[in-house]
Design a binder for this molecule. Structure first.
Ligand code: PGA
Length: 257
């Protein structure tokens, strides 16, 4: 099965609306001059206030917008919450769910993450489900059990047939640290993710797209794309510059199987 490669820029809480729109304009200008081959899909996840203007601009060049979070509710007296339906209307087609910063700093549990994935799918947003172990868990040899637990919470809750889902393996010790997981290690976890998806929905092991995230940059991205079970990257700080984001997307088209 040919899986389309995916390069996702996660801006976190960076960039004003004006800076976000300027970035989107620059991406449009550069892609109109020199498109990224269709083998690679590009996605940008701005802050909530920048989502609609960025999505509207990037749509013209086939770059999708993602939200960085959602509330599982549909509507109601939920001050400060933003539902999947509102995100869709604002132009998002993807949503990042269960990022380790949300699990750690906003106390999101596996159960909450599962609810969010379900809510995203019912609004036709494709969830980018983040999983990954901490440094301590890795040292204790618990990587596989942590990933298994995080995925079981979500997979157990979803209906057949296999939903369109992206899973991002983001070891917490590699996020924002400059330390990248060894490609072989990353590929082993990606294979585990595929086998768990396959158990949940026969056939899904080959169709689910698996990303790696954690200190990806233009210098190491080719090694990551060189791993057969990895279909793309979720990129934080190195995605804040247009040059670097485009270079990493182009690398996705040039490397691999
Ligand atoms: P980083 O962040 O690329 O800055 O390590 C990745 C992420 O948190 O998604």
């Amino acid at each position: 099965m040919i899986r389309r490669r995916l390069v996702v820029a996660n801006w976190k809480m960076y960039k004003t609306v004006a800076q976000s729109v300027a970035y989107a304009r620059e991406v449009c200008r550069r892609l109109e001059q020199e498109p990224v081959p269709p083998a690679v899909e590009m996605v940008v996840a701005p802050t909530y206030p920048a989502l609609a203007p960025v999505a509207a601009r990037l749509q013209a060049v086939g770059v999708a917008a993602a939200a960085q979070n959602l509330d599982p509710g549909r509507e109601g007296a939920l001050t400060g919450a933003v539902s999947a339906y509102l995100l869709w209307e604002a132009g998002a087609r993807y949503v990042i769910v269960g990022h380790s910063e949300r699990r750690q700093m906003f106390q999101e549990t596996d159960l909450m993450v599962a609810e969010k994935v379900g809510a995203a799918l019912s609004a036709r947003l494709t969830p980018i489900l983040c999983v990954g172990e901490s440094h301590v868990e890795r040292e204790r040899g618990e990587t596989e059990s942590v990933i298994g637990r995080q995925l079981a919470a979500v997979f157990g809750d979803l209906p057949a047939p296999a939903p369109e889902l992206v899973v991002a393996y983001e070891p917490i010790w590699a996020i924002g640290t400059g330390v990248v997981a060894e490609p072989g290690e990353t590929n082993r976890v990606a294979a585990l993710i595929r086998s768990l998806a396959e158990k949940a929905w026969p056939g899904a092991g080959q169709s689910v797209r698996v990303l790696y995230g954690g200190s990806v940059n233009p210098r190491n991205v080719r090694d990551i794309f060189g791993q057969g079970d990895i279909d793309g990257t979720l990129i934080g700080s190195a995605s804040l510059r247009v040059d670097d984001f485009l270079a990493m997307a182009r690398a996705g088209a040039e490397t691999g199987d």
